[in-house]
Each structure stands twice: as structure tokens, then as C-alpha cells.
Write a protein that binds this ligand. Structure first.
Ligand code: UDX
Ligand code: ADP
Length: 480
């Protein structure tokens, strides 16, 4: 079966870049990305390709190449579904905020709506591909809905989870470690559907990297991969706290660990806490699934990864307050970086949101600078927590486009995202314009501690002993 038309429902951080790369590598396939969000589609169609809704290095050029040729962005969901032989579902699956499974289970409302729409519109057989991260066995639910509400059309459901990381999405898509395709490997139609999708990837991915499994293994592999990655970050973050009280340096510990080929060096950067749309949501989902099957110990094991992450964010904020003589009330604190990691404008679950919320509760005056995140998004993130009213958020937090202005007259700076540009600032100038002692809390171990200490900053980094000659190392408590 040769695919000529693809429809992707959901023009977000996953759907947009993934389809742009498929369109680039398969010029003979027409790829239409649809979304109910008109504003988002208009932005994807913006004549100035630098103004597409997602900031992702390398993406504008890929979009430019395909757009209007075989890559289209549209709000006409029905027509795109009707025309396509293959439909990717790439809609949001956030954690439920209501009802059973509130705060843990994935909300499959949007997935179900898509399935019902596909069933209503389709007049010929379709391959439906799950791209969004979904709880294991979602494909069964999709199949049921399509079967019972469709017009006798045949569907094959594939799971093809996306492993791209934001900020490196284009490179991850062009050179994936693996492509996972889960399908009905026991039937001829299932195998044909898998091979139709595999043919697309084979245009640029070596066949040896395309892995086919049954649907459930594929769905669960995605959740597990994210849980393992998040677990590494929480593990090194747990060690960072121990480093701070023992005088060990977490960067040195991570290096020593990473040189063990069984452990490897990636994902060992201690930080103020992981964020992003996936890690927390997927682990909560895993915990929920384990609990649903009565696997208490499995659930509790993975829950610790989240507990550790929340602790890391809280203790970072608490450290700022403690260091600023136990009060930040009325003090200006500058936050550099709001996105959940560098090279993205995505702020979902960013550690910055929680650290700042904590500081606002302590009546701090916050100034924020982020190279790519807009002020409206920052306010939206804080409003969503409902810790205080919207006016109070706007009154006590100021967003500026100039990092030097943001740092002026500040009591302390907190670096919460590892944007490269922060390293290149004129830190002498920043120091001169700050109140003294000029505190700097590096939540990413990004800046050069020695140079900044020489300038005069008092620096607190994650998992590092204070860089002063007379630094006192806390004695470990006696444990019986
Ligand atoms: C993740 C997975 O990596 C990707 O495979 C999946 O498809 C989606 O979820 P993403 O959330 O985009 O990708 O970014 P990632 O690079 O994994 O970082 C997640 C969070 O962990 C970020 O907040 C990042 O700053 C933090 N992190 C990562 C650390 O604190 N330390 C590290 O060593 C690595
Ligand atoms: P991700 O990071 O998984 O790509 P996003 O939230 O960035 O998630 O994108 C998901 C997109 O899916 C949003 O732009 C949303 O408007 C869109 N969406 C959700 N439900 C539907 C639907 N039924 N039809 C079309 N688009 C949808």
C-alpha cells in the first residue's frame, strides 16, 4: 500500500515538526496538518517563516521548503481526514484535572473526539497512527470507537510514539535512535499497515533502526523511556542535595558516573528540576496504570521520581529565601529563563513557574527575562496555578525584553533555564547595577562560578560547595 495523502490532527510541538520533516523527506506525499486552533494554524501559515508558533532550531527552513508544495496547514479537519489514507493523531493528552484519576490519569477527551470525527468523515479504509503519548491500551479504545461509530470502513491502528526532544526536534527527527511502530502483527492487514508506515520512514532512516512490535509494547515503551529519563534526572538531583551538605561536587560525581559505559554520560545534569509536557504526565500516568492493576510497590517506586522533582524545585526556592536573610518580601529577584529547557518557547511544567510561585507567596517582586517566551504566556502559566488573583500576578511580576534592565537593582538573580546567551552577558555590568551582596542562584550549573565569584557575586549552585576559602561543610547528622 502506497500512501499519497497524510493528515495529521494537532499542529503542536509534536505534530508540526514531525510532519514538516516527513514532507521534506517524502515530496511525493501530500501532508496536511490540521488543528481546531485557528490562531495556531494562521501562525504556521505566517509568510515570515520565523514567526511560526513554535521556536525550534532548524524548523523554519524545513517548513519553508515544504509549505505550499506538499506541506499544508489548515483548519479544515474534515477534508483532510477524508482525503488521507493515513491519519496521525497528535493532539494534547494532559493529566486529568477532574473526576476519576484526577491529577494522574491522562485526559483522553481530545483523542476520543478525534476518533469520533474520523469515524464520522471516513468513506474509505484508513490507517490511524497514534503519535501522542498515550496510556497503554488506548489503541483498543480507539478501535472500539471507530468500529462502532464508523460507516463500515476498515481501520488499522498503529502506535508510533515520537521520541523527539524539544530544542533538538529537527536533529532527533532526521537522525532518530530508533523509530518504533506498534501494530497488529498477527494479521495480514496489520502487517501491511506497519509496512506502509515503515516505507515512509525508510526514505531517510536506516531499516535497522525501525523497530516493529505489538501495539501494547509500543505504547508502554514510550511511557517507560520517559520514566527512565526522568528517573535519571531525579537521581542526580537527589545526589545534588547530598553533595551540598558533604562538600562533594555534583558535576564531578556525574562525570565519574557517566564514564562508566554501563551508565553513560547523558541526562546527568543536575538542575532546578525537570519540566516539559511529558515527564511528569507520563510518570503520573504510569503510576495510575500500576495502581489500577493493584501494583502498589510499582506505583510507589515511580512516584518517588515526581516527589524528588517537586522537592528540588521547592528547596531551590527555599534556599533563595533562606540566603536572603529569611525574607524576600519587597525584594527584587530576577529570573533568567522561563522555558522548561533551552532552545524552546515551551513553558509547560517549567520549574520556573513553581519557583516563582513560591517566591511570590513570600511577597517577592519578580522580574523575568526569557529570550523566547512572551509575557502573556508567563502570566498565563502563573494564573493557571490560581495561587493569587490575576491582578496580583501582574502587579508583582514584570516581564522585560532586556536582561540588563531585568537585573538592575535586583537583590538576587536566579538562572532557571540553560540558555547559552546567559553565558555571554557582561556580568561585571550586571554586578555593578545590583544591590549588594549580589546573590546569584544558578539552577542549571551554567555559569562560570570562579569568574563570577571574582567579580563579587555570591553564588549558590546546585550540588556544589560554596566557592569561598572559608566555606563550612555541614556535618552529616548521625544516623543510627
Ligand atoms: C522528553 C524526552 O527526552 C523525549 O524523548 C520525549 O519524546 C518527550 O519528552 P523533552 O521534554 O522535550 O523530551 O526534553 P528533555 O530534553 O527530555 O528534557 C526534559 C526536562 O529534563 C527539561 O526540563 C530538562 O531541562 C531536564 N533535564 C534534562 C535535566 O534537568 N537534566 C538533564 O540531564 C536532562
Ligand atoms: P504536543 O506537545 O503533544 O504536540 P500541543 O498542545 O502542542 O501538544 O498540540 C496539540 C494540538 O492539538 C493543539 O494545537 C490543539 O489545538 C490540537 N487539537 C486538540 N484536539 C483537536 C481536535 N479534535 N482536532 C484538531 N486539533 C486538535
Amino acid at each position: 500500500m502506497r500512501i499519497k495523502n497524510i493528515c495529521c490532527i494537532g499542529a503542536g510541538y509534536v505534530g508540526g515538526p514531525t510532519m514538516a520533516v516527513i514532507a521534506q523527506k517524502c515530496p511525493d506525499i501530500q501532508v496536511t496538518v490540521v488543528d481546531i486552533n485557528e490562531e495556531r494554524i494562521a501562525a504556521w501559515n505566517n509568510e515570515d517563516v520565523e514567526r511560526i508558533p513554535i521556536y525550534e532550531p532548524g524548523l523554519p527552513a524545513v517548513v519553508q521548503e515544504g509549505r505550499g508544495r506538499n506541506l499544508f496547514f489548515s483548519t479544515d479537519v474534515d477534508t483532510a481526514i477524508d482525503k488521507a489514507e493515513m491519519i496521525f493523531i497528535s493532539v494534547n493528552t494532559p493529566t486529568k484535572t477532574y473526576g476519576i484519576g484526577k491529577g494522574m490519569a491522562a485526559d483522553l477527551k481530545w483523542i476520543e473526539l478525534c476518533a469520533r470525527q474520523i469515524a464520522r468523515i471516513s468513506r474509505n479504509d484508513k490507517i490511524v497512527v497514534e503519535k501522542s503519548t498515550l496510556p497503554v491500551r488506548t489503541a483498543a479504545a480507539l478501535k472500539e470507537i471507530l468500529k462502532h461509530t464508523g460507516n463500515g470502513v476498515k481501520y488499522q491502528i498503529l502506535s508510533n510514539p515520537e521520541f523527539l526532544a524539544e530544542g533538538t526536534a529537527i536533529q532527533d527527527l532526521l537522525h532518530p535512535d530508533r523509530v518504533l511502530i506498534g501494530g497488529d502483527i498477527e494479521t495480514k492487514d496489520g502487517i501491511e499497515a506497519i509496512s506502509a508506515l515503515s516505507d515512509i520512514y525508510e526514505k531517510w532512516v536506516p531499516k535497522s533502526k525501525i523497530l516493529t512490535t505489538n501495539v501494547w509494547s509500543s505504547e508502554l515503551s514510550k511511557l517507560t523511556a520517559n520514566a527512565f529519563l526522568a528517573q535519571r534526572v531525579s537521581s542526580i538531583n537527589a545526589m545534588s542535595e547530598l553533595c551540598e551538605v558533604t562538600g562533594a561536587d555534583v558535576t564531578e560525581v556525574a562525570k565519574a558516573l557517566g564514564m562508566d559505559s554501563r551508565i553513560g554520560p547523558k541526562f546527568l545534569n543536575s538542575s532546578v528540576g525537570f519540566g516539559g509536557s511529558c515527564f511528569q504526565k507520563d510518570i503520573l500516568n504510569l503510576v495510575y496504570i500500576a495502581k489500577s492493576f493493584g501494583l502498589k510497590q510499582v506505583a510507589e517506586y515511580w512516584e518517588q521520581v515526581i516527589i524528588m522533582n517537586d522537592h528540588q524545585k521547592k528547596r531551590f526556592a527555599a534556599n533563595i529565601i533562606r540566603t536572603l536573610y529569611n525574607t524576600v518580601s519587597g525584594k527584587k529577584i530576577t529570573v533568567l529563563g522561563w522555558s522548561f529547557k533551552k532552545d524552546t518557547n515551551d513553558t509547560r511544567e517549567s520549574a520556573a513557574i513553581y519557583v516563582v510561585d513560591h517566591l511570590l507567596n513570600e511577597e517577592a517582586e519578580i522580574a523575568v527575562y526569557d529570550p523566547k517566551v512572551q509575557a502573556e504566556q508567563i502570566y498565563k502559566d502563573l494564573d493557571y496555578l490560581e495561587s493569587r488573583n490575576k491582578e496580583a500576578n501582574r502587579l508583582n511580576l514584570n516581564v522585560t525584553n532586556d536582561p540588563y534592565e531585568a537585573c538592575k537593582d535586583s537583590h538576587a538573580i536566579a538562572v532557571l533555564t540553560e540558555w547559552e546567551e546567559f553565558k555571554t552577558y557582561n556580568w561585571e555590568k550586571i554586578y555593578e547595577n545590583m544591590l549588594k551582596p549580589a546573590f546569584l542562584f544558578d539552577g542549571r550549573n551554567l555559569l562560570n562560578i570562579e569568574e563570577l565569584t571574582k567579580i563579587g557575586f555570591v553564588i549558590k549552585s546546585i550540588g556544589k560547595p560554596a566557592p569561598t576559602k572559608n566555606s563550612v561543610v555541614s556535618k552529616p547528622a548521625l544516623v543510627s
